[in-house]
Each structure stands twice: as C-alpha cells, then as structure tokens.
Design a protein around this ligand. Structure first.
Ligand code: PLP
Length: 468
C-alpha cells in the first residue's frame, strides 16, 4: 500500500492544521443552545493543506471516468462530454438563476426550454416534449402516466397491462409496476427481435400499450416495427419508445415516424451530458399530437427538471447542428460493428449480422477450462480489462445470455483507441485460454482487487470507523 492510499483519518495528527485565521476582533457570538450543541467535538482529520490536496487528487485518480479512458459500457452511451457544454452551463446568466425568479428576468432560460423542445421534437418526430423528468426511469414513469391518462380520459378503465419484451432494460417493467400497470412479457425470436406471432395473442382490451426500444437492447433494429405498431394500435393500445439510447438513430429514423405515441430520451446518454457518478440526469418525454393534453399538469419534478443538464444538451445539439448530428449514429454504428467483427473469432457472438450502436457477446469461445480449473467467465474478462486501463463493458445484461458482455463504443473514440481495446480484448482471450487463473485473480493493478460484491452492495462501509 502506498502512503497516500491511507484514509485521510489515518494521516491525521493531533493539533495539525491546514490554515490559520487572524485573531477574532469581534465580540463573541452567542453560545449555541445546549440542547442542540454537540456533546463532544466533531471528529475531523487534522492535516496540513498539501495533505488535503493530495488526498482529494489521489482519490480522484482512483476513479475511472470517460475523461480517464475508454468506457464501452453497453446501454449506457458513455460518450465524451464536450467541455463547451460545461462553459455554457457556467455562464453567469444561467448559473446564477434561481427557480423563484420572476418570468420577466428568466426569458433567456424560457427560450432555451422552448428551443430545446422544438429541437427534440424535430429529431424524434414527436409533437411536443416536457423537459421536467430528471432521469430515464423518471421519464418512463411520466410517459406511462400519460398512457394511463389517455385511456382513462376515454372512459376506458380496463387497460391495466403493458407489454414489455424479454430483452427490455430493467427500468421498463419497474416503471410499469410503479405506475400500477401489470407487466406482460413478450418473447424474442432466435434472431433477437420481438416475436410478432407471440405478440398477437397478448393484444386485447386489457392492454394499455407496449414499451419498446429500437434498436432493441441487443443493439438490433426491430425490422417488423411497422407491423407491430399497426397491431398494437388496432388493438387500442399505445406505443411507448424507450429512447435512452437514441444515438444510432439521430437524423436517420424518427420514433414518431415508426408509429410511437410516447417516448423519453436520456439527455445524459444520447446528448452527451455527464452521468453515472458524474451528474444529475434528464429524461424529457415526447408525445404525439393527440396526447398533448395528457401531459401531467402538476410538475413531476421541482421547477421543470434539471435545467443545467438541458442547457448542456442544447449546447451539444447546436454545436453539431443538423448535418453532424446525423454522423453521430453513423460513426457509433461503424465503431460497434468494427469491434464485433474484429473479436468474434475469440468471443461467442450469439446473433450474427449488422448491429446498431452496440452488440452482445456471450462469453469466451475458449475459456481455458481444464482439469480442476474452471474456465474464465465474463466477470473475469471485465476485471482483467481494468488492469489494461479500460473500463469493462456491461456484463450479465441483457439476461437473454448467461455470459453477456455488452459493448458500446460510441462515436467519440478514435480508431487508435478502438484498435487498442480490440488488441487488449484479444490478448485477454489468449490469456484465458492459456491460464484462466490469471483472470480469476484479476484485477492485479487496482487499489483493491475483488471485494465480496454482495457485502459491498448491501453493507457498504461509507464512512470512517474509528475501530478499524
Ligand atoms: C439507461 C437506460 C434507462 C434508464 O435511464 P436512467 O436515467 O438510468 O433512469 C432506460 N432504458 C434504457 C434502454 C437505458 O439504457
């Protein structure tokens, strides 16, 4: 362990101080009332200024982010976050706004909302958007509330079920359940697309609608979408589009033209604003014209959502413009297919053919299993990637494959970066074949190797414990 891997509490030295204040010339402030006063002094680390700076700098370097390296996390669109977006969000006229300011002094912000609404409508083919929801899942909930309201406004109270494909993102069935809808699963075919024949018997007077994404969670385009849209509409249901990852489609195809009635977007994926540990999100919801009146009148979030995020995404759209927005999808799709083709002799590709912005492998072709040594798993590959400075892809999702390894490169990576990733993935496959133990014990170069994941998730130790 390096000296500065120590916790800041362990670096503490009684009486050491990082600052010195001048003697207080003012009269003493009134004492804090006893009933709210602390019984013992607060236990704070006592360190010098350089120790504090090193502590935070070293902590930041233990983390992995899109600014540190390639981050091919499938279904997450970890694209580069252009710094111009940050500059725009930091402009004093925007950053200094308070939500309770009168309309007379917030016209600039109102204009951004309006322009953003129009831009998103143009990109998606929807009639209008609400920018209020603060995340993808929040958008799903808002969109499903719109779906329910639409049916109830027509006096139709029997539509209590929503169809969700087995490949769907986990938030889809979860949002449906939170909205009080019952989830009905529709199976996928061998080729990864929705089984239209299996869908037909599910449709009836109890179906409020279907939630889909296209390309679906396997990165595959649902070629039967027009047929599906007609079937669902004919049965009186609505089509909900999960547009968290609209990346491959921007400027190429629009959900509105495919027949979708309601959708959400993740500005923190498709439109390049930071996410994960990096910041708040935004999940605007768009509707077709006949649903405009069903958008919740009451706010679904405090003060119209995360304005700073909307502003960053707006800056991104303006920076790219009509022409370059189209190229986002083209480059993302090219990168994904390139990686897939360069690795499919080492990793199992369950569904052949052209993918969109992402694709799924089902583990290693040769996992190195022999005698009493178990073969290397997808988890082992993911852990080993950390040793080579790459973030792992999404693993064990979607649930359709046991060893799922879901790779999404995005459009912002250079060919050199992508080639380096391919080289490392091939090397790891060779290591697995020769010596799976090396992978079972990875990562070897990170501050900690393999915590017990259940304990780490259920009983995390998040603050300093004196007794440690
Ligand atoms: C990320 C994602 C979501 C959920 O978005 P959050 O902002 O994390 O709530 C929903 N659907 C898909 C397909 C996603 O990739």
């Amino acid at each position: 362990m390096k000296y500065y891997d120590k916790l800041i509490f362990e670096l503490s030295k009684e009486g050491r101080c990082g600052y010195s204040l001048p003697v207080n010339k003012f009269p003493k402030a009134p004492e804090v009332p006893l009933q709210v006063a602390r019984e013992a002094p607060l236990l704070l680390p006592q360190v010098s200024e350089p120790d504090v700076v090193r502590h935070y700098t070293n902590l930041s370097q233990m983390n992995f982010g899109v600014d540190t390296g390639f981050y091919p996390l499938g279904s997450c669109t970890m694209k580069y976050n252009p710094k111009i977006n940050e500059e725009m969000a930091a402009l004093q006229g925007f950053a200094g706004l308070h939500p309770l300011m009168p309309a007379s002094v917030t016209q600039g912000a109102c204009k951004v909302y309006e322009e953003m609404n129009k831009a998103l409508a143009a990109i998606t083919g929807m009639h209008t958007f609400t920018l209020d929801p603060c995340a993808g899942a929040h958008g799903e909930l808002t969109g499903l509330m719109i779906m329910r309201t639409y049916h109830m406004n027509r006096g139709d109270f029997a539509r209590t079920k929503v169809i969700v494909p087995d490949s769907a993102h986990g938030t889809n069935p979860a949002s449906a359940a939170v909205c009080g809808l019952e989830v009905v699963e529709v199976k996928s075919l061998e080729n990864g697309r929705i089984d239209v024949e299996a869908l037909k018997p599910l449709l009836g007077p109890d179906i409020a609608g279907i939630m889909m994404t296209n390309p679906n969670t396997l990165g595959l385009f649902e070629t039967e979408i027009k047929t599906i849209a007609k079937l669902v509409h004919d049965a009186g249901g609505l089509l909900y589009y999960d547009g968290a990852n609209m990346n491959p489609l921007m400027g190429v195809v629009r959900p509105g033209d495919m027949g979708f009635d309601i959708m959400h977007l993740n500005l923190h994926k498709t439109f390049s604003t930071p996410h994960g540990g990096g910041g708040p999100g935004s999940g605007p919801v768009g509707v077709a014209k006949h649903l405009e009146g069903c958008i919740p009148g009451l706010r679904v979030s405090g003060f119209h959502g995360n304005f700073g995020v909307i502003l960053r995404a707006y800056a991104y759209i303006l920076a790219l413009g009509n022409q370059h927005l189209k190229e986002v999808g083209q480059h993302a799709v090219l990168s994904a297919n390139y990686i897939k083709e360069c690795l499919k002799d080492k990793y199992k590709l369950p569904i052949e053919g052209v993918c969109k912005h992402e694709f799924v492998f089902d583990g290693l072709i040769n996992d190195g299993a022999h005698d009493d040594v178990p073969g290397a798993t997808t988890l082992d590959v993911a852990k080993r990637l950390l040793d080579y400075g790459f973030h792992a892809p999404t693993i064990y999702f979607p649930l359709l494959f046991h060893q799922a390894l879901m790779i999404e490169p995005t459009e912002t990576e250079s060919k050199e970066t992508i080639d380096a990733f391919i080289e490392v993935m091939r090397k790891i496959a060779d290591e697995a074949a020769a010596d799976p133990m090396l992978l079972h014990e990875a990562p070897h170069c990170t501050p900690i190797s393999r915590p017990d994941e259940t304990t780490a998730a259920r009983n995390p130790i998040l603050k300093y414990q004196d007794t440690l």
